[in-house]
Write a protein that binds this ligand. Structure first.
Ligand SMILES: *Cc1c(COP(=O)(O)O)cnc(C)c1O
Length: 388
C-alpha cells in the first residue's frame, strides 16, 4: 500500500540508505566560521559572532531585538519571566507540543493549563481558548495589592493566569492574530513558542512577533542549527534590553568590576555556537526554498491518495514546513504504517504524546482536547530535511 510513498521519498533523496526525519547539512562556510571562532580564542561568553547573529536574526524577522540563548527551552523560560510569570501562577498552553513548552512553565514554578488546538493549524485554538476563558476566568484585584488593575484568576484553583503560550506546530502558523485579540480582552500577555517556526510568516509578519515576546530554537533537528541554541524575539526595545540583562547574569556594564543587580541566568549563547549560527543563517533562504519545494511535492503526491491527507499551510500564511505531516484517514493503521516505513529505513514518527498523557503533567488542569486527541491518533511526520 505504501510502496509508492517509499519510492517517492527514496527518489527525492536519491539514496538507498537510511533516510532520517530531519538531519542538518553543513557547508564550507559553516566550517570556516567555526574555525574562525576557535582561532580568535573567543569561544565562550565574549566575541563578535553573538552580536552579529542577533543583528542577522532581527533583520531577517523584523524584530526590534533578538537575544541569542543556549537553547530554546531557556529562551522560553526567560520569555515567560519577562512578561511577569511568577511562582504559583498559571500559563495556558496546548496539549499537543514538545515537552519543552510545558517544562519552561514548570521551571518557573508556574502551572501549565492545557487548552485544545485546531485540526488544521495544529496550534492553540482561538475558539477553545475563548470558551475556556469565559468558563474559568474571573477578573479580580491582586490579593496583595487592593485597588490595583483587575487581573485574570482561575475560578477553580484561584491562581493568577499570567500568560498564554501558543506554539506554531511544525512551522505552521497558528491563528495567532485571533489569539492576541482574545488575550487582550482579559489583559493576558502572549508568549509565542516559535521554536519550530523560523522562516514562517502570517500575513507578512514573522512568527514570534505577534505576541509580547517570541522564542526560536536552533537545536540539531530544527530548520537551521548551531548545535544547541535559541533566541528571544521582541518588538519592544525595553523588553529586549531586559532579556539581554536576564540572560547574561544581570551584570551591570563596567570595565572591570562585578556588579549584578538581580538574581539572573547564564543563558547566553556561546560565541562558538553563534559562529555556526551566522553561517547557517546565511544559508536560510536556500534551505527554506528546498523545504517548501519538498512540501509542495508531498502535497501533490497525496492529492489522489484516499488513505492520508497532507497537512497544508493555513490560509494567509507561509510555513517553513519544518516537518511535513500527514493525517491518516484510518487511525487504526497508524502503528502498522510507522512499522512498515521505518522497517524500510525511512524515518517516520508520530506526533508527541499529549502533555496530559505524560505522568509529569497528568494532574494539570486540561480543557476538552478532542482535536488534540484526533491529531495524536492520526498525524505522522515524513522526512523533511534538505539535501543542499
Ligand atoms: C525544539 C523546541 C523547543 C526548544 O527546544 P531546545 O531543544 O531547548 O532548543 C521548544 N518548543 C518546541 C515546540 C520545540 O519544538
Amino acid at each position: 500500500m505504501y510502496r509508492n510513498l517509499v519510492s517517492f521519498i527514496r527518489n527525492h533523496y536519491n539514496t538507498e540508505g537510511f533516510i532520517p526525519l530531519h538531519a542538518p547539512t553543513f557547508k564550507a562556510k559553516d566550517r570556516d566560521y567555526v574555525l574562525d571562532a576557535i582561532d580568535s580564542t573567543f569561544v565562550s561568553s565574549v566575541g563578535e559572532y553573538v552580536d552579529r547573529f542577533e543583528l542577522q536574526l532581527a533583520a531577517y524577522t523584523g524584530a526590534t531585538r533578538a537575544i541569542a540563548t543556549v537553547n530554546g527551552t531557556t529562551a522560553l523560560q526567560t520569555a515567560l519571566k519577562l512578561v511577569g510569570v511568577e511562582y504559583g501562577d498559571e500559563v495556558i498552553t496546548q496539549p499537543l507540543t514538545f515537552v519543552a513548552t510545558a517544562n519552561a512553565i514548570s521551571h518557573l514554578g508556574a502551572h501549565p493549563v492545557f487548552v485544545d488546538v485546531d485540526r488544521d493549524t495544529m496550534g492553540l485554538s482561538p475558539k477553545a481558548l475563548d470558551s475556556w476563558l469565559e468558563e474559568n476566568v474571573t477578573m479580580k484585584e491582586e490579593k496583595s495589592d487592593p485597588g490595583s488593575p483587575l487581573q485574570p484568576y482561575n475560578k477553580t484553583t484561584n491562581r493568577r493566569i499570567a500568560a498564554i503560550l501558543p506554539m506554531h506546530t511544525f512551522g505552521h502558523p497558528c491563528r495567532i492574530e485571533r489569539l492576541v485579540d482574545i488575550a487582550k480582552k482579559k489583559a493576558i500577555p502572549i508568549v509565542e513558542d516559535a521554536a519550530e517556526a523560523l522562516g514562517s510568516w502570517e500575513n507578512k509578519t514573522h512568527c514570534g512577533l505577534f505576541g509580547d515576546v517570541g522564542v526560536l530554537s536552533f537545536n540539531g533537528n530544527k530548520t537551521i542549527t548551531c548545535g544547541g541554541g535559541g533566541a528571544i524575539l521582541t518588538s519592544n526595545e525595553s523588553m529586549g534590553k531586559r532579556a539581554k540583562h536576564l540572560t547574561t547574569t544581570a551584570k551591570v556594564p563596567h570595565p572591570w568590576d562585578f556588579e549584578h543587580d538581580e538574581i539572573a541566568y547564564n543563558f547566553r549563547m556561546p560565541n562558538l555556537n553563534a559562529a555556526l549560527a551566522c553561517a547557517q543563517m546565511e544559508r536560510l533562504p536556500d534551505i527554506l526554498k528546498e523545504k517548501r519545494e519538498l512540501a509542495h511535492s508531498y502535497e501533490l503526491f497525496f492529492k489522489d491518495k484516499n488513505w492520508a491527507r497532507f497537512q497544508k499551510e493555513p490560509q494567509n500564511s507561509c510555513s517553513n514546513y519544518w516537518l511535513c505531516a500527514i493525517a491518516l484517514e484510518d487511525e487504526t493503521l497508524r502503528d502498522s504504517f510507522l512499522e512498515d516505513i521505518n522497517a524500510q529505513r525511512i524515518m517516520v514518527r508520530p506526533v508527541w504524546k499529549l502533555m496530559p498523557e505524560l505522568s509529569i503533567y497528568e494532574h494539570s488542569q486540561t480543557g476538552p482536547i478532542e482535536n488534540a486527541k484526533w491529531l495524536r491518533e492520526r498525524v505522522v511526520n515524513l522526512p523533511s530535511g534538505v539535501t543542499t
